[in-house]
Design a protein. Sequence first.
Length: 137
Amino acid sequence: MPTDSPSPYVRFLKKLLLFTAILGAIALVIKYFATGIRLTPALPFLFCFFIATTLLSYYYLERATRQRFARFVNIFLLSILLKLLVYAGVLAAYAFLNREDTVPFIFAFFILYICYTVFESAGILVLTRRNDPPAGR
């Protein structure tokens, strides 16, 4: 009997888009109601960047949960390393090219990094718990 439930990836994508919309609404509130706080003009691009990296990482990790646990751990650690290298490159490049916007950009990047890392970790935790083998295997 076929089921019409969406794949874990599609469910994660929907949750991620809702999460991003909430973060975007918070950013708009800060922009229009918090005086003295300067937001980087690159913020919309940061949202797109974090959505893309989170989705890509989740995709590979979701596929790895179907394989051996050691393979999942290797892919998990590799994804963390690659993301940190990409993040460091983006931070360095932006800071070098836009010196006047460096502090607001780094602050926004750091806040989004924390938010999306916690969100992705929660999604991976749910995914790995769902795919746990039964006891005794």
